[in-house]
Design a protein around this ligand. Structure first.
Ligand SMILES: [Zn+2]
Ligand SMILES: [Zn+2]
Length: 276
């Protein structure tokens, strides 16, 4: 197994208490050669976390400590494991400027990051965190005027994320591109979004992005599927989009979880970062 390239830590407010070294040891025990820490970057200061617990990301004042701890492990385990430090950065439409500022500030200290959509703005301007809970997802569907419109808004935002101008440290990988299906067993997909999905992948290919092949959905009781589906992954392969595996672990025990289900796919290590 080449590595796990989507991993969270105790620095985000909804992570487990495991220290970062525990993740490293688990990666070694699983025989991985690479590990990317991609903790949730702090949200823009002008943006209020719409998740009911307001716990979506790490606090801004923890960023330095996170990078320092990661960099120390990077050195300590350099012989055994390539450790990358980076962020899972939220793409929030309308907050591009603040997001670019964050990336400009810390990009030079990072190796590998992911750009993801979790936050969507409803027609009444309120924001929703679409993966927080089944209940919140239901509220979002109402606010958007139905599931179909919510799905459409999600794919619009993903496309915008690929096209957004976020500067030279913009992540080169798009996170879990079917996260909108996290609660699909309670809220069945209202329509076929194959055209939107295909368009998104074409745009990713055109702009040189990698795909986060994310096993977390397999273990969500209302999803039970990889993000994205095998069919979409095959389409990405046909387009020549690099597939980068990630467990989206929030605890050390989750490193590499479900990767046996990815054996059929041509997985790659990420293009580590951007000319430093
Ligand atoms: Zn998380
Ligand atoms: Zn995510």
């Amino acid at each position: 197994m080449i590595g796990d390239f989507h991993v969270h830590t105790h620095y985000c407010q909804h992570g487990s208490a495991d220290n970062m070294e525990a993740y490293v040891l688990q990666a070694l025990a699983k025989g991985l050669t690479h590990l990317s820490f991609t903790e949730h970057a702090p949200l823009p200061e002008s943006f209020s976390d719409p998740a009911p617990q307001k716990d979506s990301t790490m606090d801004r004042d923890k960023v330095e400590a996170y990078l320092k701890e990661g960099q120390a492990l990077q050195k300590q385990y350099a012989q055994d494991l390539q450790i990358n430090i980076g962020f899972e950065v939220d793409y929030i439409q309308g907050y591009e400027h603040a997001t670019k500022q964050f990336l400009d500030m810390y990009g030079a200290e990072t190796d590998d990051s992911i750009l993801s959509v979790h936050m969507l703005q409803a027609p009444d301007k309120s924001f929703f965190c679409i993966d927080f809970s089944e209940e919140e997802f239901g509220r979002a569907a109402k606010a958007f005027g139905g599931l179909t419109l919510l799905y459409k808004a999600y794919y619009d935002s993903l496309q915008a994320s690929v096209e957004a101008e976020l500067g030279r440290f913009k992540p080169k990988r798009i996170g879990h591109i079917t996260l909108i299906q996290k609660f699909q067993l309670a809220f069945p997909q209202p329509a076929d979004f194959w055209p939107e999905q295909r368009q998104l992948l074409a745009l990713m290919k055109k702009n040189g992005y990698e795909l986060d092949v994310n096993t977390a959905g397999l273990y969500k009781p209302l999803c039970k599927e990889i993000y994205p589906s095998a069919q979409l992954i095959q389409h990405a392969v046909a387009l020549g989009i690099p597939l980068v595996p990630g467990s989206d672990s929030h605890a050390a025990a989750g490193i590499g979880k479900g990767f046996e289900k990815l054996q059929a796919f041509p997985l790659r290590v990420p293009q580590t970062q951007i000319s430093k």
